[in-house]
Write a protein that binds this ligand. Structure first.
Ligand code: ADP
Length: 554
């Protein structure tokens, strides 16, 4: 089940349920009326029975709450369309049996096999057809058996009637239920004018419809033989349709062919026995088309799945390249950084020896400290990228945040952005690599400052707030929220993927590296749009071993 999620349940409010029941009732009566011909008395078995397909569909979608409507529809159809074949008591009883068996089959399909709208998973079509075949046989046995038991029907006719009934039921369900389940969700976008087929597709569909019509004409037209032995020609257009358009095409093709076949048989005046023979052929044709369509759709899903994995793989290898680049950069910068540090130290010694201003000595001290820090960042990043390593220690979250705000100070001042902290009292220590987590925080703070500066917002409230609280058990959550414009849609969709940036000078690597660092720590990094505007980035870090009780102790 890798390729598609299980069928979703459709939540039905009471109003929608009433609407669905009413629409179903009308559709059931209409379908029964149009398909009620060549009935075999006294049971009024017809060559195909599409209302049964409707019953399975509505119970699959609406659940057991639709069963009373099914029972009512069957009874109304007996009264209005079928002219009450037997007494009311028998009709009510047999309809209750049909409702329970088909309803049970639909609920079994839904709850046991998770079959629902779309028929989107491998094996859905085969399971639907299998359960249908069994349910139709049970309905036939109960329904016809009841009439035999009541003495309304001779026993010796039982086998042929059972077969006739079974064929009509299965073809009715096989043609209607998959069509409704597959096309139910597709028709609305088509009606709204979206996804209209492009010209080439429209031409192909036109040719395929013409092929179905031609095959029917070859079978029943003026040139056809009395034996109708060209029926097999109908396999060609249906196999063509199923192989080109997958399951949606197969369901539509089977329905159109069945309707065409019924009309052709009516026009030609085929007798009831031969009609039954055609319906068995049509059943073989429908099952072939549906199974072929399901295999084709399944192949499409597999291809889409493989393509999605390939894209992910391409992203991953670009990230590896970026990692290699970082390592190479760290190596190249190592030399000049070491030289800078020794020259600055030498300058400091000279300043001390010659007794020049104390301010110069202090400034040179700061320069040495910053160069040393840059060196540590480089080493730490290179180690992480090369080996995914980090050296973790128990660290106070408040200290980590304060250090990162210090580091971000120049950017915040440059962008004229105010920042504040909200750290919960008595937070336990976290197990983390200080330099790496500072990198993450620094990156989030820089992004926040850049986002805020684009809005030009001012005011008394701090524009960036870093907060820390105890999150899910065993974790501390740190959040950086800003009052910037919020994430743009395209960025939000691909956030944390490398090379996604909206900035002229951005590399789009900050967030993806930040996520790798937090992942490597066993935490999670997520982004949220804030309802009042702005963005919040939240990451979690594991509480250090032995620090869990710290909060209680303090
Ligand atoms: P870079 O900063 O180099 O663009 P990042 O990976 O750090 O790379 O960020 C990727 C993109 O995410 C940014 O270009 C920006 O569009 C968006 N982004 C990140 N943080 C914020 C934020 N706080 N508010 C709005 N957009 C943001």
């Amino acid at each position: 089940m890798i390729f598609a999620a299980p069928a979703p349940r459709i939540p039905l409010s009471p109003a929608r349920l009433t609407l669905l029941s009413a629409a179903y009732l009308v559709a059931h009566l209409f379908l029964d009326w149009v398909s009620f011909f060549h009935e075999v008395p006294p049971l009024n078995i017809t060559p195909w029975n599409p209302p049964s397909g409707l019953i399975l569909t509505v119970v699959l979608i609406g659940g057991a709450r639709l069963l009373p409507a099914v029972w009512l529809a069957l009874t109304l159809a007996d009264a209005l369309v079928r002219g009450m074949p037997v007494g009311l008591g028998t009709v009510l009883l047999s309809n209750a049996g049909i409702t329970l068996i088909y309803g049970g089959a639909a609920l079994f399909l839904r709850d046991r096999f998770r079959i629902g709208p779309g028929l989107g998973r491998r094996g859905d079509v085969a399971r639907l057809l299998g359960v249908t075949a069994v349910a139709a046989a049970v309905v036939g046995a109960v329904y016809i058996g009841l009439f035999v038991a009541l003495g309304l029907f001779p026993l010796h006719q039982l086998p042929v009637m059972l077969l006739r009934h079974w064929t009509g039921e299965v073809i009715g369900i096989a043609v209607v239920t998959p069509f409704l389940l597959v096309w139910g969700g597709r028709i609305m976008p088509l009606l709204r004018g979206r996804r209209l087929p492009p010209l080439r597709r429209a031409i192909e569909v036109g040719l395929q419809s013409a092929a179905v019509a031609l095959a029917l004409w070859a079978d029943f037209g003026p040139l056809a033989s009395d034996q109708y032995e060209y029926f097999y020609i109908l396999f060609l257009p249906l196999v063509w349709i199923a192989s080109r358009h997958g399951l949606p095409g197969a369901t539509l093709g089977a329905l159109a062919t069945q309707i065409g076949l019924i009309i052709a048989m009516q026009e030609v005046g085929v007798d009831a026995d031969r009609m039954m023979h055609f319906q068995m052929l049509m059943l073989a044709l429908t099952v072939t088309a549906l199974l072929l369509g399901a295999v084709v759709s399944d192949r499409w899903r597999s291809e889409a799945w493989v393509q999605a994995r390939q894209t992910e793989f391409a992203h991953a290898s670009r990230l590896t390249e970026a990692g290699e680049m970082t390592a190479a950069l760290a190596h190249e910068l190592n030399q000049p950084l070491t030289a800078t540090m020794s020259y600055t130290r030498a300058a400091r010694k000279i300043a001390q020896r010659d007794g020049v201003s104390a301010q110069l000595a202090e400034t040179l001290d700061k320069a040495v400290a910053q160069a040393e820090r840059a060196d540590r960042v480089m080493r730490s990043l290179r180690d992480f990228v090369r080996k995914g390593e980090s050296s973790r220690q128990p660290l106070a979250v408040a200290g980590l945040i304060a250090d990162s705000l210090d580091l971000a100070g120049p950017v915040l001042r440059q962008k004229d952005v105010t920042a504040a902290t909200e750290v919960a009292v008595g937070l336990p220590a976290v197990s983390a690599d200080a330099i790496q987590v500072q990198q993450v925080l620094l990156n989030l703070l820089r992004n926040a400052a850049e986002a805020v500066s684009t809005t030009g917002a001012t005011g008394k409230e701090p524009q960036v707030v870093v907060s820390a609280v105890v999150a899910e058990p065993g974790f501390v959550a740190v959040t950086v929220r800003d009052r910037g414009p919020g994430l743009s849609e395209i960025v939000e969709r691909h956030l944390f993927s490398p090379f996604i940036t909206t900035k002229d000078t951005g590399m789009g690597l900050g967030l993806s590296i930040a996520r790798s660092i937090i992942d490597a720590h066993g935490g999670t990094l997520t982004a949220h749009r804030l309802p009042e505007g702005g963005t919040a980035f939240r990451f979690t870090l594991p509480v250090a071993v032995g620090a869990e009780d710290q909060e209680e102790k303090e």
